[in-house]
Design a protein around this ligand. Sequence first.
Ligand SMILES: [Zn+2]
Length: 384
Amino acid sequence: MDPTIALLKELIAIDSVNPSLVPGARGESDVARRVALECISAGLSVDVTEIAPGRPNVVAVLEGRAPGPTLMFCGHLDTVGVAGMSNPFQPVERDGRLYGRGAQDMKAGVAAMIGAARQLADAGGLERGRLIVASVVDEEHASIGAEALAARWRADAAVVTEPTDLDVAVAHKGFQWIEIETRGRAAHGSRPREGRDAILRMGRVLGHLESLDRRLQAQPPHPLLGTPSLHASVVVGGQEASSYPERCRLQIERRTLPGEAADAGARDVRAILERLRGEDSEFEGDARLTFGRDAYEIDPSHPLPEMLAHAAASAGRAPRRVGMSFWSDAAILSAAGIPSVLFGPGGAGLHSTEEYVRIEEVGACREALVALARRFTGTYATRR
Ligand SMILES: [Zn+2]
């Protein structure tokens, strides 16, 4: 069997559900140990650093024979939960697909990048420069792994091997979570003069949010990412059937485009609340940003996408240049000065109960990464 696919099967069989998403879950330590062993046996030098208790990043380095540019491959070790899956950690091969939790998101990408490093090492290593192969924790929650990686390691460019169907993703959206609270006054349900209804007040907010979303989605679209959008996520309010509700809380999510301010969503919501106060002096409500991550787009003049497209062509693929709707660690790397793209094998069902990766694309991904590492470290002119 192809050693990369054998490794991928082993990685799927190791539970690495993110414990910040699913309390009590196993975390990344077992899979990190397997990844570290694989990198050591491939002849790389390996650094294992615990980012949180039981949650280590594994950073492996293939040093070239002469100084030169540094290319990084980066993938995450954690997966989302497995509720509703019958055999999540038992890899099953069928019709050219490999099923199991994390098959596509993103143990396939991790196996491909490690397989690429092994292939380069076996073929005598790199002429110059260095290759960093980083396996990080916690991408599915708060990306503490990528943040620690970006704080400590430098590279001239990076490929995050998230699933892209082997297209070259040069941009992705960001997101902002905003919590909105409206306040009323609790009172007996029979006393309309005393009660003030916080939920109906939130209804006014919701009406404005719906038209805001329509306006956002009517904007001229970004060529790869479409338009910004928002949706309501969670709403909570009221005490019991016979009372005026005192409070209503709504959580919304705003998806953003590159270049939008980190507080763009909260600012729009505050403008809505301001307007409602102008219409009704009794209206009470406020909004705050609880978490957000920026959208990302690589500098169009950076040679990495073109080099990767060439490398993929040498592996028999014809990748398109695309944008991804989901956020990724590429935004953290690029904010730390490491221009990044996403490139990984395709499949389906990420975060759902039936997840698979197309086996043939795992090997093609590895071949493209090998070709890219040679070309990048051999030709990239470091700008310093
Ligand atoms: Zn992922």
